[in-house]
Design a protein around this ligand. Structure first.
Ligand code: C5P
Length: 222
């Protein structure tokens, strides 16, 4: 396909979602938040009390997901069966469930074509774990964005505090480490930089610094 894709992969809390959104706005590209697809699969499974370790059931749920993404007040809203679940899919229990179901090859296969369908003119920014390795291996710009686990836990802590949610920093750090381990050690599309990805560390770097670096890559390669 000739339609350019910019892939932004990395662990949770690295800032990839923020960078992807800013890039898409700047370039007028479509945006794929692939983590939302795993979160929606997890939420659909939790809603119907499915056994989260039953791959056949989870694969069936992923294959038949009734979802849409809609622009509402400048934000992308995630709809599951016509209901706005944008907030629900960010809950900690959904995050943990998403990382469990994302380890299942059947679930990943069921969501693959759905992700590729986001590739439309004039271009796509896709963020996740395996955008550069598996979903869009031919992307002209691939970024692997990291940050230390401590910094990522602190960012999440601040985000939640702004929303009035009180959590312990230590619990968040533990959750992040557990999810990192699961994402990196699974057999199906583990979290890892593509061979041709540019690796950026956002620890102590502000968002605009990262954005400028990626925009330069886009100018050089697209
Ligand atoms: O990026 P986000 O934290 O929203 O992703 C939720 C979960 O979905 C992650 O913990 C990860 O396990 C999984 N995921 C994945 N592949 C992607 C995007 C997300 O396995 N491309």
């Amino acid at each position: 396909s000739q339609v350019p894709v910019i892939t932004i992969d990395g662990p949770s809390g690295s800032g990839k979602g923020t960078i992807a959104k800013l890039l898409a706005e700047r370039l007028k590209y479509s945006l794929l938040d692939s983590g939302a697809l795993y979160r929606l699969t997890a939420l659909a499974a939790l809603n119907r009390d499915a056994d989260l370790s039953d791959e056949a059931t989870l694969t069936e749920i992923a294959a038949n997901l009734d979802i849409r993404f809609e622009l509402r007040d400048g934000e992308v809203a995630a709809l599951l069966e016509d209901r706005d679940v944008s907030r629900d899919i960010r809950m900690e229990r959904v995050s943990m469930a998403a990382s469990k179901v994302a380890a299942m090859p059947g679930v990943r296969a069921a969501l693959l074509q759905r992700q590729r369908d986001f590739r439309r003119v004039p271009g796509l920014v896709a963020d996740g774990r395996d955008m550069g390795t598996t979903v869009f291996p031919d992307a002209p710009v691939k970024v692997f964005l990291t940050a230390s686990a401590e910094e990522r836990a602190r960012r999440r802590f601040e985000q939640l505090r702004e929303k009035g949610v009180s959590v312990s920093l230590r619990d968040l750090l533990e959750d992040i480490r557990a999810r990192d381990a699961r994402d990196m050690n699974r057999a199906a599309s583990p979290l890892a930089p593509a061979e041709d990805a540019v690796e950026l560390d956002s620890t102590g770097v502000d968002i605009d610094g990262v954005l400028q670096t990626v925009l330069q890559l886009v100018r050089d390669r697209i």
